[in-house]
Design a protein. Structure first.
Length: 141
């Protein structure tokens, strides 16, 4: 990093010369709070680009864990043996509404046929396919 005799250095964001705080000497890279915030934003963006799979894996694992916990609660709050619980046929959506694309999956039917855990996996896979799409058809006759 370029320095002059008086200890000033250029800000890594705006390139304006500044005098670093004495306690931070070699570690201070920005001239003020606005540039520090921009540096943080850039570093977070770079980290997110490198670690895309981190959040995808955590998202699916968290959803499946939530489903397991809900099923445990349902098992513990069953009605007495003589009474039958009415099935809930309301549409169930596990991903945020804004992320779903047309056509909307009939989640109530999928949940009753294959179960909640499999429905979450199916919805996640459909979401990934529709989000990323298949732009090229190479290899498909």
């Amino acid at each position: 990093m370029a320095k002059n005799i008086r200890g000033k250095r250029p800000c890594c964001i705006c390139r304006k010369w500044f005098q670093p705080i004495a306690q931070q000497k070699e570690r201070q890279r920005t001239c003020g709070p606005a540039c520090r915030k921009e540096l943080h934003r850039r570093q977070c963006e770079q980290w997110n680009r490198k670690n895309k799979a981190y959040f995808k894996n955590n998202y699916l694992a968290d959803k499946l864990q939530t489903i397991d916990e809900e099923e445990q609660k349902e098992k513990s709050t069953r009605p007495p043996a003589g009474q039958q619980a009415r099935p809930n046929h309301s549409p169930t959506t596990f991903l945020p509404r804004a992320t779903l694309t047309e056509p909307i999956l009939p989640m109530d039917i999928i949940v009753t046929r294959v179960g909640k855990t499999n429905a979450v996996i199916i919805e996640y896979q459909v979401f990934q396919v529709t989000r990323h799409g298949c732009s090229g058809t190479a290899g498909i006759p």
